[in-house]
Design a protein around this ligand. Structure first.
Ligand code: IMP
Ligand code: MG
Length: 179
């Protein structure tokens, strides 16, 4: 069986565009949380480039970090609204301002479940930041508070997004074409 070859050379969102947009999001977050402490929760692994860039554009005095690894149960349980927490927070978020940082929102199933779980822990506030959004794919009603770019329904990679764990390191967003 010959291996499928992918072409990820076509740039959909450039490094420069990503950088500029992240700067705007960071400025907005800084404004919204003026005088407050903030905890950024990165959802591993896809959020890593966005989180790393975003945190450096937020000029609040106290920005803390924590991470989670979550997976939604297989596609057979679409309506179940359940997630599997593979790695939980180390931080007690009660009374804290929390922004969950994601790479992309697709169906929204993962994030809407995660949001419910985190709200039960009674944070002071809970917001969602995502670099990419595919609103046309939504199954669960969830709207990001901070969003980089809305994209159409095509499979994309780069800037944290992977195809079988590949291409996360690309500094731009590309679509995937099969050759
Ligand atoms: P959902 O919103 O629960 O459907 O899950 C979103 C997750 O699906 C993201 O965190 C990505 O890991 C993955 N995902 C969705 N669309 C894409 C894509 O176009 N490229 C790469 N990963 C994607
Ligand atoms: Mg993900």
């Amino acid at each position: 069986m010959s291996e499928v070859k992918y072409d990820v050379s076509e740039v959909l969102i450039s490094e420069e565009q990503l950088k500029q947009r992240v700067k705007e999001l960071g400025a907005q977050i800084t404004k919204d949380f003026e005088g407050e402490e903030l905890l950024l929760v990165g959802i591993l692994k896809g959020s890593v480039p966005f989180l790393a860039d975003l945190m450096r554009t937020i000029t609040l005095e106290t920005v803390k970090l924590d991470f989670m690894v979550v997976s939604s149960y297989g596609s057979g349980t679409v309506s179940s609204g359940k997630i599997n927490i593979k790695k939980d927070l180390e931080t007690d978020i009660r009374g804290k301002n929390v922004i969950v940082v994601e790479d992309i929102i697709d169906s929204g199933n993962t994030l809407s479940c995660l949001k419910e779980v985190l709200l039960q822990r009674e944070p002071k506030s809970l917001k969602i930041a995502t670099m990419l959004d595919k609103p046309s794919r939504r199954q669960s009603p969830i709207t990001p508070d901070y969003c980089g770019f809305a994209v159409e329904d095509k499979f994309i990679v780069g800037y944290g997004l992977d195809l079988d764990q590949k291409y996360r390191h690309l500094p731009y967003i590309s679509w995937v074409k099969t050759e």
